[in-house]
Design a protein. Structure first.
Length: 255
């Protein structure tokens, strides 16, 4: 069912409910986030504004469907150390999944490869928002990708986390610390990069300063700026937009 949904989106023009503005596929926004910062909420709000799908846990269902491996095996194991292979090769983003006959078919690294494969397929099929799962790294070289990191101070994250957890303050504080530590280890293991390094993202936004609505507006404004910059590059004789010039609303600024 998930696959049918995003396949139907393939050639569709996406309309912003707020501005009535046509967005040609594919614009993909990846959102990495600290626990309690509201990154998932921001992602869902952004997807609603742009009338595009938002993928989070659905990626596990799609990877399970693609591989035939039970969804429970895709539960991420905590990685205590960075991967030497990830550091030397730039991660697992371009590695192909192993075949069912392979000895490591259900190992964690191969499960990640299947998730990476699904993420690349989703980005190719339609505009969308993708939450977590190292999507910013997997899609770093893909046209039309906007990579966002949503963060907030500890007190704000605690306040937001308390709204969805019936635990004591101290237990929620531990949950936040453990979740962020796990995400950092997971990101390091599969990308060889530091999760909180702003250089991995196009935008790093403090949701406590902007609020969730303001964070969504900041991302939309950034997409609009990139769209204008793309058009400007295409009007200068002899110049070439550093990305694709296909009418998509985003390009990467030269780094």
């Amino acid at each position: 069912m998930h696959r049918l949904f995003y396949m139907m989106k393939r050639s569709r023009k996406l309309i912003s409910a707020n501005k009535g503005e046509t967005i040609m596929s594919n614009t993909v926004i990846t959102i990495a986030r600290q626990y309690g910062s509201g990154g998932r909420t921001v992602g869902k709000m952004l997807a609603k504004r742009l009338d595009i799908p938002c993928y989070d846990r659905e990626i596990i269902s799609l990877a399970s469907e693609e591989s035939g491996i039970h969804p429970t095996l895709f539960q991420d194991e905590k990685k205590k150390h960075g991967s030497l292979r990830a550091f030397l090769t730039g991660g697992f983003k371009n590695a192909s999944p192993l075949s069912p006959e392979s000895a490591g078919f259900t190992k964690d690294d191969n499960l990640f490869r299947y998730q990476a494969k699904i993420i690349r397929q989703l980005a190719e099929e339609s505009s969308c928002v993708i939450i977590g799962r190292c999507a910013d790294h997997i899609l770093a070289d893909v046209p039309g990708v906007v990579r966002v990191f949503v963060h907030a101070p500890e007190d704000f994250c605690l306040q937001e986390a308390m709204k969805v957890n019936s635990l004591s303050v101290s237990d929620v504080q531990k949950l936040i610390a453990q979740t962020d530590e796990y995400r950092a280890h997971y990101y390091k293991y599969y990308t060889g990069q530091e999760w909180k390094n702003a250089q991995n993202y196009d935008l790093s936004l403090d949701s406590s300063r902007l609020g969730f609505d303001g964070t969504v507006e900041a991302i939309l404004s950034y997409i609009e700026v990139r769209k204008k910059f793309d058009k400007l590059c295409n009007t200068i004789p002899g110049s070439q937009a550093p990305f694709f010039g296909t009418g998509l609303p985003g390009i990467f600024y030269p780094r």
